[in-house]
Design a protein around this ligand. Structure first.
Ligand code: ATP
Ligand code: FE2
Length: 327
């Protein structure tokens, strides 16, 4: 069985083609570019309208397949930005009906976890999912992926991008902040904000921007931002691992490409006799391959959807998904 997955929750229009052994036959990714940083849902949706047909052709070419070879179409049903989700869903419905194959709506956060499990070979991990719009610690318990901790305000990537926008870094700012942080020498005190199992980033953003106005160096600020925010993430991840007694930690989301975050997570894991797993970069960021693979898992476990089941779900929570493909 071959599944074509369409990702379009936010900035990225992605098309992935995956077979039922989990071989990734194509994974094309097109992110909206914009110097200004802030994401305009309507603009991103227009981007996806333009790009999805182009990327579809590219993906088929990459996989050396035609539409006749596709057995299932899946798409990111949520969570995400309404106009973007509607565009991806419309594309998926049109395609599935044109080529007369079943359709499957996929939870985007669950897809990050499933592709990570598949490609890294870990079996029952705690996922630290840190992206632009999302920051969650997720683990499997009692037939569902439960959220053990999450951001109470903005996603960590959005925080880094907002800091970057206000201080003149180009978008996305995460990679630039990582570079600057390497030159940082002084750890500046920023409000460390862990509440129970949850984290918050807007206070740190405000404090960092105020310090910048008082002439703190960009290098020191980027270093301190990373050290503070990543410590928060690692702390709640460790607490979740201890709670659910799991010995694997999986990373997912664009921010986990950051080498310092990987290093801090690896040290935490090793200290507790656990192991860290990181998927390759193109499978960490938003991508269609993860949507295709999760579509296959769902289909194989017996789930079927009609067009009526494919309405988008902007606030689709990770723990609403009945994980029928795991025992
Ligand atoms: P989602 O819909 O899952 O929230 P997204 O489109 O907002 O996804 P991703 O594609 O997963 O996000 O990742 C983009 C984010 O990752 C941006 O905020 C970017 O600044 C951040 N990022 C990318 N590389 C790095 C890095 N090396 N260090 C820190 N952050 C990074
Ligand atoms: Fe994502």
């Amino acid at each position: 069985m071959i599944c074509l997955g369409i990702e379009g929750t936010a900035h990225t229009a992605g098309i992935g083609i995956v077979d039922d052994d989990g071989h990734i036959l194509a994974n094309v990714i097109k992110m909206i570019s914009g110097e200004s940083g802030g994401i305009h849902p309507r603009e991103a949706a227009n981007h996806h309208v333009q790009e999805i047909p182009i990327q579809l052709e590219k993906a088929l070419e990459e996989a050396k397949l035609t539409y006749k070879d596709i057995d299932l179409v899946s798409f990111s049903q949520g969570p995400g930005l309404g106009p973007c989700l509607r565009t991806a869903a419309t594309a998926a419905r049109s395609l599935a009906s044109a080529i007369d194959v079943p359709i499957m709506g996929v939870n985007h956060c669950v897809a990050h976890l499933e592709i990570g499990r598949k490609v890294t070979g870990c079996s029952d991990p705690t996922l630290l999912y840190a992206s632009g719009g999302n920051t969650q610690v997720i683990a499997y318990a009692g037939g569902r992926y439960r959220v053990f901790g999450e951001t109470l305000d903005i996603g960590i990537g959005n925080m880094l991008d907002k800091f970057g926008r206000e201080t003149g870094l180009q978008f996305p700012s995460g990679p630039k902040i990582e570079q600057l942080a390497k030159e940082g020498k002084r750890l500046i005190d920023l409000p460390y904000s862990v509440k129970g199992m949850d984290v918050a980033f807007s206070g740190i953003l405000t404090a960092a921007l105020q310090l910048r106005k008082k002439d703190a160096s960009m290098e020191d600020l980027c270093f301190s931002l990373q050290e503070t925010c990543f410590s928060m993430l690692v702390e709640v991840t460790e607490r979740a691992m201890a709670h659910v007694e799991k010995e694997e930690v999986l990373l997912g989301g664009g921010v986990v490409q950051n080498k310092r975050l990987q290093e801090m997570t690896r040290i935490m894991a090793e200290e507790r006799g656990a192991k860290m797993f990181v998927p390759p970069g193109r499978l960490c960021i938003d991508n269609g391959a993860m949507i295709a693979w999760t579509g296959i898992l769902m289909h194989k476990s017996g789930i079927r959807m009609t067009i009526d089941d494919t309405s988008i779900r902007q606030r689709f929570r990770t723990d609403e998904v009945d994980v029928t493909w795991r025992s």
